[in-house]
Write a protein that binds this ligand. Structure first.
Ligand SMILES: Cc1ncc(COP(=O)(O)O)c(C=O)c1O
Length: 372
């Protein structure tokens, strides 16, 4: 039997103790009415049968235009973009299309929880690099030492869940050097591309031609348009790699929800859809930081995503699993401990707060935590 994930466990505890839930990694507010109207429009217009395997052409064209605007790159909508059922399906399908028994895949932990199981499902072996608090930086010299003749892929994620760190131009240059003249593919998880703060610019692998030639970049509409439950995403890769992804995608889901694809295609052409997202979430991050300023916890400002880590080691010597359970039971605030984001059984003293919440909810959490 599959063990209960930390997300399910904290959600159950949160409900049982009637807690303020800052653990859930999704917004507690709704998506744009304009987008919902478009979904209804296409539903009523009868866009209710199978979409083409790689996605409806209108959506792929709108995405190509978005990529041109965001990253100043030309992407062929017909051969290089594949619409997926969220980023998670893209990640699973890419890994299983590329990785064979005995291949090694380098993963930086703490990491989004689907990477390692997807590698194992493909028969591959995760080679884990553990990033360390407080900045969770990557030492590329250590990554170089992890590379062997079996290394098939390196997975990166920026902005990064759960730490809120981001990769810099220098990181990307190091990565470029590392894979030059090696047959190593990159899976770049960029689902939080627009949630990046303090004027920092997202470094998509798509902006680095030598990396792009060997990379799959994955994106999620759920994160960008506040509708994680719709499970809509896409993968961008050169034609040869997209072909490999599609070869498996066709047997995996074949195609994804048609009327939402048409709605997203039209919505992407409208103004004020994702342009203000950084400012919107930066305000929320700052509100959380200000409101919880008196907490006896240390923190490094989140640079991206909608997560903020807090280090409680000056306050308690408990591990993060026990501490987050105590926090929800005794103080009625649910968070997520970060040790489950590592595959080793190391202990940590950090908990993750999600600030994709209304100010009312953040105020409630602050008021409950004021007794600490
Ligand atoms: C780093 C990262 N990648 C991928 C995903 C999943 O995206 P989707 O909901 O589109 O499958 C998440 C969701 O939390 C995430 O944090």
């Amino acid at each position: 039997m599959q063990e209960v994930s930390i997300f399910s466990k904290m959600a159950q505890l949160s409900q049982a103790y009637n807690a303020v839930n800052l653990g859930q990694g999704y917004p507690n507010f709704d998506c744009d009415d304009r987008l919902k109207s478009l979904v209804i429009k296409y539903l009523n217009e009868g866009k209710n049968q199978y979409a083409p395997m790689a996605g409806v052409p209108e959506l792929r064209t709108s995405i190509a235009q978005k990529l041109l605007k965001s990253y100043d790159i030309d992407v062929d909508p017909h051969t290089e973009i594949t619409i997926t059922s969220g980023a998670t399906q893209a990640i699973f399908t890419i890994i299983n299309a590329m990785v064979r028994k005995g291949d090694e895949v380098i993963v930086m932990e703490p990491a989004y929880d689907s990477y390692v199981p997807s590698i194992k499902a493909a028969g591959g072996m995760p080679k884990v690099y553990e990033m360390e608090a407080p900045h969770f930086k990557i030492d590329w010299n250590v990554i170089k030492k992890l590379i062997s003749a079996q290394t098939k892929m390196i997975i990166i994620n920026s902005p990064h869940n759960p730490t809120g760190s981001v990769l810099t131009k220098d990181d990307l240059k190091e990565l470029e050097l590392l894979i030059a003249e090696r047959d190593i593919f990159i899976l770049s998880d960029e689902v939080y591309e627009h949630l990046i703060y303090d004027g920092v610019v997202h470094q998509s692998v798509l902006k680095y031609p030598e990396i792009r030639a060997k990379a799959f970049a994955v994106f999620s509409f759920g994160k960008t348009f506040h509708n994680t439950g719709w499970k809509m995403g896409y993968a961008v890769a050169p034609e040869m790699l997209s072909q490999k992804l599609r070869n498996l995608h066709q047997w995996n889901v074949f195609s994804v929800n048609s009327f939402i694809q048409y709605a997203l295609a039209e919505y992407l052409k409208m103004s004020n859809t994702y342009d203000g997202l950084s400012t919107f979430y930066e305000k929320k991050r700052d509100y959380l930081l200000d409101t919880l300023d008196d907490l006896p916890f240390k923190k490094t400002k989140s640079q991206g995503t909608y997560f903020q880590l807090y280090d409680f080691s000056d306050y308690s010597q408990e591990n993060d699993l026990d501490f987050s359970e105590w926090l929800v039971k005794e103080h009625g605030v649910a968070t997520i401990p970060i040790s489950p984001f590592y595959s080793s059984d190391r202990t940590c003293q950090h908990v993750r707060f999600c600030f994709a919440k209304t100010e009312v909810v953040i105020d409630q959490a602050a008021s409950r935590l004021s007794h600490l």
